[in-house]
Design a protein around this ligand. Structure first.
Ligand code: HEM
Length: 392
């Protein structure tokens, strides 16, 4: 177990080649998708996909993001009690499908959602079949996962039918970028396209939804910080809905999300396996040993964060002095396996937070037992019920 920032950075950056990812049996379902692949194959795939996550592309996706956020807010009735985790999950899933695949997931939200739950939450072993059942079998044959496969292959075949994209194509998506790779001397097979799309759905929607869910929780717990957020959005936006170009002028909104991901990092543990004997922080690690990088414990360590349990977004102000180690924060990982969607996620989260804060205060319903349910991601144990109180 590794929790010191220097040692975590050693594993993720300086000595990254001496470790590989530990992925349980996820590759049975994810195939050779980016999250689980290694070596030259991983490097080639990452190069192909990277352009779909460049700044200009994200600026373009942000228009759809804003539309979907607005649609969600319109469905909230004054004083309605929301399961905020569910709301955020639907939003981020719709966003990923529309922006990255050019597809409106409205009717299929449940198909994708339930497959993702099975993969993400570690229920693979405990809840689906009796404990003795082989988990690979579950991953290959579970009806929810098969339904997701059918959906994704449907999208791919529709995309392949369109043929080679023209140079002048506007509103490019990740899928159209991958389509070019498919036609470009068949650099990617149909199966590889499927692996990457399923990976992006898995990696890209629940993480962002959880970051937002915990953010609303922390704001409800700290009225002074919530008031600062309202002040920022009111002053900067003056009642107009936020767009991509406003984000730089909303730095407190960003710090709120950063601080929330410090206290509740959606990926709280990054597992690796040592490929050879190696020494980290004076400890000998044998080849084949599991090495668990504790993002969560590092983020709440009082050596790096004074008053670590307090929600203080202004820690992230340059020169605040409230972060004692320059590399003690890695909600998106570090090194060459850093999150591919980190900018995408931050833009989506900032736009969502600013839009919601403009329209509603979200107040925690009383008598809730708020606890972590740490699986692959850091979920709340019970649905988080919040009341949508309209702002004047
Ligand atoms: C707040 C939201 C998110 C968080 C906290 C997060 C966190 C992470 C972390 C910690 C890793 C590295 C895992 C490791 O090193 O073991 C990672 C990898 C990855 N993430 Fe994210 N992520 C988020 C959103 C997204 C989004 C929106 C996408 C895509 C749309 C995405 C796609 C990926 C991919 C493809 C990888 C694998 C990269 C590689 O191995 O080359 N993530 N993410």
């Amino acid at each position: 177990m590794v929790r010191h920032p220097d040692h975590i950075n050693e594993v993720l950056i300086q000595r990254a080649s001496q470790f590989r990812k530990w992925t349980a049996n996820l590759e049975v379902f994810l195939g050779e998708g980016l999250l689980v692949s290694e070596g030259d194959h991983w490097r080639r795939q990452r190069r192909i996909m990277q352009p779909a996550f460049h700044r200009e592309r994200i600026a373009q996706y942000s228009q759809s993001m804003c539309g979907l956020i607005g649609e969600m807010i319109k469905t909230w009735r004054p004083q309605e009690v929301l399961d905020i985790g569910h709301e955020m999950m639907c939003l981020t899933l719709r966003t990923a499908c529309r922006t990255l695949f050019g597809y409106d997931a409205d009717e299929d939200v449940e198909v994708v959602g339930s497959a993702m739950q099975i993969l993400q939450s570690g229920v693979i072993i405990q809840d689906v079949l009796p404990r003795w059942a082989p988990t690979d079998f579950v991953l290959r044959h579970h009806p929810a996962l098969k339904a997701l496969d059918r959906l994704v292959y449907g999208l791919i075949d529709r995309e392949i039918e369109i043929g080679m994209p023209s140079q002048a194509a506007t509103n490019a998506t990740l899928l159209s970028t991958l389509r070019s790779a498919f036609f470009d001397a068949q650099a990617m097979s149909r199966k590889q396209l499927r692996d990457e799309l399923v990976t992006i759905l898995l990696a890209g929607h629940e993480t962002t939804a959880l970051a937002l869910t915990w953010t609303f929780f922390w704001l409800a717990m700290t009225p002074a910080e919530e008031a600062k957020l309202h002040h920022e959005v009111d002053t900067v936006l003056g009642g107009r809905s936020p767009v991509f170009d406003d984000l730089e002028a909303l730095p407190f909104t960003r710090r709120v999300i950063q601080e929330s991901m410090r206290l509740c990092p959606p990926l709280w543990l990054l597992p690796r396996v040592a490929l050879e004997d190696v020494e980290i922080g004076g400890f000998h690690i044998e080849a084949g040993a599991d090495v668990l990088l504790w993002v969560y414990l590092c983020h709440v360590d009082p050596r790096w964060y004074p008053e670590p349990d307090k929600f203080k977004p202004d820690r992230f102000l340059a020169g605040s002095g409230d972060i004692k180690h320059p590399r003690a924060y890695f909600p998106f990982g570090a090194g060459n396996r850093t999150c591919l969607g980190n900018h995408f996620a931050m833009v989506e989260a900032q736009l969502t937070l600013a839009s919601v804060a403009q329209n509603f205060r979200l107040a925690l319903e009383p008598d809730q037992n708020v606890q972590f349910k740490p699986r692959v991601t850091l979920m709340p144990k019970n649905p988080l019920r919040m009341r949508a109180i309209p702002r004047q």
